[in-house]
Each structure stands twice: as structure tokens, then as C-alpha cells.
Design a protein around this ligand. Structure first.
Ligand SMILES: *Cc1c(COP(=O)(O)O)cnc(C)c1O
Length: 366
């Protein structure tokens, strides 16, 4: 991790201890199942090498593509790693095998790719996960096609090396009818002696279990709640990323004057405005409305006007001590990312994953 550039105020502070804490929380919900953290998309914007190394106790990891898996192997990660999108060509199968990776298979062509691979290549794979589309209708084979595909896979690999997985479309809405439908369809799929994996974070914390042996939490490990009806605090989750910057200017605006692009916020009284050095160029959403909470010093204030590319204005109100240099927290410690996600009309996963490359990640404790 390069040192914090001297002249940048905005940075994302990453707390590996919080990640470990949240993994322990996931472990309690897992109730004996093994927990494979999902660290795709650079660990939801946090830095995948840092967080993978922070949890040597993790049973395995889930990533989306081969490049992400190879990054983990280069970083010295030895645990099983499953590539959720699988291999798209023969070269990818060879690479995956050379690094003892586990490949998902979500369409017939990927079974054919494995059949076409030489036996010594296949022997290098740690395993295969056959993905069943039980109603999400994203990736996966139909339950009807699964038995024949499983037979083709167990002709190539040991029965116990062929796992079966599915993904819920509505686990964040407990009681949604599609959850029961998906479980019912999955129950008809043969799984042999292989592992079974069903649950993302939402399914895990809402107690879904169906004889599965591996859970795949993502967002809860980063400190975001996966279910709107349960707060991160209730779930005992800690923020792993704290997005920080500083005030770089403070000025007084007269009543009737507006602030920022579009002049969409107008002062109704003389107002002290602070400018935080961070904007949508850093991944702080432009669609956040006036009134979004920001911590300045140790108080909560609110944004005014449009978010710019490099700055956002806040109403300092009765915060007389704030001036250039005062620290600000946009989300993280003391300000749950879920509140900002709600204000931006999205989910915490999107906010975390879209922090841009110009924001240095600073690892706490380094
Ligand atoms: C991203 C992903 C997960 C993790 O989802 P969260 O909602 O972040 O817990 C689990 N399984 C699959 C297949 C995924 O793509």
C-alpha cells in the first residue's frame, strides 16, 4: 500500500480488524456451515489482498473472475478460491488448474470445456461448482438439466469435488414467495457427496438453511446490513471502510444566496458553509440530496446543494469550531453507510464498490 499522498484530503481508511469481527458474526449465523467471504470487485472497493490476508481463518473465498483469483494467489492466499463466472475458454481452464482454483459451471458449454481439457489439467482443479438457476434467472442451468450435467462432471472429477450452488433473488425480503419457490426447486436437484452453497448475506442473517454446507456472505462482512429491516448495529456489524476527508474552506453565505451548481439550495438565513474535499469524482454519489448527513469534527451536519466532482458543501450550523483542516467522515465510523445509501436511493454495496481509484486506501494499523 503506497503511503497517503501528502496533498490529498480524501482517503478511505480500511479496518481489517472490523472485517475479522464481521466474519466472526457471520460464523455465528453460519451455525456449523463454512464461511467463504465474497471478495469480488476488489473486496467491494476495500482492497482484496488486504482483506484476504486479514482473515487466515476463512475457509475459502469467492471471486467473480479468473483475474481476481490470480491476484489472490499472487498475494499468497492458499485457501480454496471459487471463480463465480467460471472459465470462458481452454486457456482459462489451464490457468485455473495451474493455481488450484475452483470453477463454477453455469452453462453446458463450460462442462464441454472441462471435457475437452486434458486429464492432468483437470486434476489440477480444486473442484467445480454447478450453479443452478432456481428462479433468479441470471446465471445457472435449469434444475431439469442439472442431473445430466452433474453426471458428466462426476465422470471427470470425484463426486465429492462437484459442489452445487444457487443464488436467491429476494433474500433481503424475508417471507417473499420466491424464496420458498427457489428452495423447493433446489431440493429436487441431486447433490451427491459434494458441498452445497445457497446463502448470501441476506439469506444467512435471516436464517435460511437447507442442508447446505458453505455460505457466501459479502456485504455483511464489510459492515453493511443486507436486509433493510435489520440495522448493521442490530446485527453487531462494524464498518470496515471509513471514507474521510477534510474541510478546505469555510464561508458565510447571506440569506437569499444559493450554493453550488444549479443553484438548487438557497440560504434562508446567514449560513456558515464548509467545503469538504471529496465529490463524485471520488465515488460520493452526485444524486445525494441536500440534507445528507456528514460528520464534521465530532458533530453531524448536513450537505447543501449539489455534490460537485471534487467537493461537497455542508451547513456548519452551530459548529463554530469547524474551519479549514477539520476532519470529515462521509460514511463509516459514526455514520453507517446504509444511511447514505438510503439517501442516494441505492444499496451500500454500490457505494462501497464505486469509490474511485484516486481515493487512496489507507490500512489502519499500518
Ligand atoms: C456477490 C455474491 C454474493 C454475496 O452477496 P452479498 O449480498 O454481498 O452477501 C454471494 N453469491 C453470489 C453468487 C454473488 O454473486
Amino acid at each position: 500500500m503506497p503511503p497517503l499522498p501528502h496533498h490529498r484530503c480524501a482517503r478511505a481508511e480500511i479496518d481489517p480488524d472490523a472485517f475479522r469481527h464481521n466474519l466472526a458474526v457471520a460464523g455465528r449465523h453460519a451455525d456449523g456451515r463454512s464461511v467463504w467471504p465474497v471478495i469480488k470487485a476488489d473486496a467491494y472497493g476495500h482492497g482484496m489482498e488486504t482483506l484476504a490476508r486479514a482473515v487466515p481463518e476463512a475457509a475459502g473465498f469467492c471471486v467473480v473472475d479468473l483475474d481476481e483469483a490470480l491476484r489472490l494467489r499472487s498475494a499468497g492466499v492458499r485457501q480454496p478460491v471459487v471463480v463465480l463466472h467460471g472459465a470462458h475458454d481452454a486457456e482459462a481452464v489451464r490457468e485455473a488448474a495451474a493455481h488450484r482454483l475452483t470453477l463454477c459451471v453455469h452453462h453446458e458449454g463450460q462442462v464441454a470445456l472441462l471435457e475437452a481439457a486434458a486429464e492432468p489439467v483437470r486434476a489440477g482443479l480444486a473442484g467445480v461448482w454447478l450453479k443452478i438457476d432456481t428462479g433468479m434467472h441470471r446465471l445457472g442451468v435449469t434444475p431439469a438439466a442439472a442431473p445430466a450435467l452433474r453426471r458428466r462432471l462426476t465422470a471427470l472429477l470425484a463426486d465429492s469435488a462437484v459442489a452445487t450452488m444457487m443464488h436467491f433473488a429476494t433474500a433481503d425480503e424475508p417471507g417473499h414467495a420466491l424464496i420458498a419457490t427457489q428452495l423447493e426447486r433446489f431440493a429436487a436437484v441431486p447433490t451427491g457427496r459434494g458441498e452445497v452453497s445457497l446463502c448470501n448475506s441476506a439469506a444467512l442473517v435471516t436464517g435460511l438453511q437447507a442442508g447446505d454446507s458453505i455460505v457466501r456472505p459479502g456485504i455483511l462482512l464489510y459492515g453493511g446490513s443486507p436486509v433493510p429491516s435489520l440495522s448493521a448495529e442490530t446485527l453487531d456489524l462494524r464498518p470496515v471502510m471509513t471514507l474521510r476527508s477534510r474541510l478546505i474552506a469555510v464561508k458565510e453565505i447571506a440569506a437569499g444566496e444559493s450554493v453550488g451548481y444549479g443553484a438548487c439550495w438557497t440560504a434562508t438565513r446567514p449560513t456558515r458553509i464548509g467545503f469538504v474535499a471529496l465529490g463524485y469524482g471520488d465515488g460520493y454519489p452526485r444524486n445525494l440530496p441536500s440534507g445528507t448527513p456528514v460528520r464534521v469534527g465530532n458533530r453531524e451536519v448536513t450537505t447543501v446543494g449539489r455534490v460537485s466532482m471534487d467537493s461537497v458543501a455542508v451547513d456548519l450550523g452551530d459548529h463554530p469550531d469547524a474551519g479549514p483542516g477539520t476532519e470529515a467522515v462521509l460514511w463509516g465510523e459514526g455514520l453507517c453507510v446504509d444511511r447514505i445509501a438510503a439517501a442516494a436511493d441505492t444499496i451500500s454495496l454500490e457505494l462501497l464498490a464505486r469509490i474511485t481509484a484516486r481515493v487512496p486506501r489507507r490500512i489502519r494499523g499500518d
